[in-house]
Design a protein around this ligand. Sequence first.
Ligand SMILES: Cc1cc2nc3c(=O)[nH]c(=O)nc-3n(C[C@H](O)[C@H](O)[C@H](O)COP(=O)(O)OP(=O)(O)OC[C@H]3O[C@@H](n4cnc5c(N)ncnc54)[C@H](O)[C@@H]3O)c2cc1C
Length: 459
Amino acid sequence: MSFSSTDVTSLRAAATGDVFARGDNGLVDAVAAQNTLILHNPDIAVVAADEADVSLAVRFAAEHRLSVTVQSTGHGAWRPVSEGLLLVTGKLDTVSVDEDERIATIGAGARWSAVIDAAAPFGLTPITGSSPHVGAVGYTLGGGLGPLARSHGFTTDWVHGFRVVIGDGSVVIATTSENPDLFWALRGGKGGLGIVTEMRLELVPLRTVFGGSLFYDTPDVETALRAWVDWTATAPDNVTTSVALLSMPPIEEIPEPFRGRFLLALRFTYPGNPEDGDRLLQPLRQAAPVYLNGVTEIPTTAMGSIHADPTEATPIWDLGLLLNRIDQDFVTELLASFGPGTNSPFVAVEIRHLGGATRHDVEGGSAVGGRTSAFTLTLIGVVPPLFERMEAIAHDFLDRTERWVSAETNINFSSHVDTPEHFAQAWPPEVFDRLARVRATYDPEGLFAFGPVEAVPQA
Ligand SMILES: Cc1cc2nc3c(=O)[nH]c(=O)nc-3n(C[C@H](O)[C@H](O)[C@H](O)COP(=O)(O)OP(=O)(O)OC[C@H]3O[C@@H](n4cnc5c(N)ncnc54)[C@H](O)[C@@H]3O)c2cc1C
């Protein structure tokens, strides 16, 4: 890697967006991640104002042998970027909707909230994740499992095409007919393939869902959790549910009914009429006394309230994986580590039910990992002094629950991928190998850093 201050001045003059070199005022804010413990400090950051800036930055990186990483909202940052060029796409946030074709054209920096709001006036909605604040493109490149996962599958199953800046700085289209291998790879392969500048996503006609959360108080957590696990064995494919053991801190920012409590949240989403939804919910409502019932008919614009993910940047420790199955013995292990009375340091321990449409691949295939898994499991902590304890508890739990854990994960649910083996697990082995071949085609110099080690191209 070598570039001079004159090179930076030339890049700055050619770019429409902002260019920061290490040490420049404004760099820290421009590259801030959602996890406040991750502090990026790249050699250079380009805040792209348009697609031409993306090409310019990639060509600059190629010329000066810099690795390229990309960040939109920073929700997916799992290690600090400490060298190379960090391309920030947050300003490429345009969204337009073609009502007749039911297609949204989504800029690389757009959050789901912008897509949801643009689609809603036409009675349409994207298949999103749990949080409207997450970036639509970064999320979809990893597959994307949200509150409509069982009825509508992975979000990437709804993609019609991408515009991508590849390793030589040129722009290519990836669809089923143009660069189909790149299209296959971008549907779940996530990184190391190029910088997506735009995504065309099919929208579904849906104005409301029957959704929200049932909350069970501490004494009823075990009964409700065990009933949900049994219920998932025969749950209809058009209902998506998840549970979260929530340990709410006793602080003012947490609203009164939740403050300082240990609760089970059972999230429920049914994309149909409220009468049918209510009938489907009934066994879960009757499984144990309900502390708060927040399940009702809501507009798709309010779907973020189902999981109510935090929006503020915070320090985060998390661990994610997929499960083959769960049963009552698994619940016993889960409660022994994270249940009431364990003084669990985790703010949330979440299990999402997969299956239904998530099992069906698209015509022509995709690179998504985790289609054969039945559940996700995510452990989340936000109090740094407790992180070491969390790690120890998590490892002890994983030692006891190996038989339920899937060999394969999904890159959006892998949290920090710290070893090459852990990284490879995010896809089936044959998909992982094919992804490597596609990466070599579109990024032969290995410019786009992705994976556990910071890839710095050698001169
Ligand atoms: C609160 C929260 C809720 C979440 N909920 C869900 C969920 O319901 N379902 C789910 O599947 N995942 C979920 N995730 C995981 C999330 O989808 C991933 O972390 C995703 O990568 C975030 O994308 P981003 O662009 O917002 O983040 P960033 O940190 O900006 O980007 C993350 C990565 O995405 C890739 N990327 C982003 N933009 C581009 C681009 N233009 N071109 C090429 N690569 C790009 C890069 O590899 C980049 O490192 C959640 C994460 C958080 C923090």
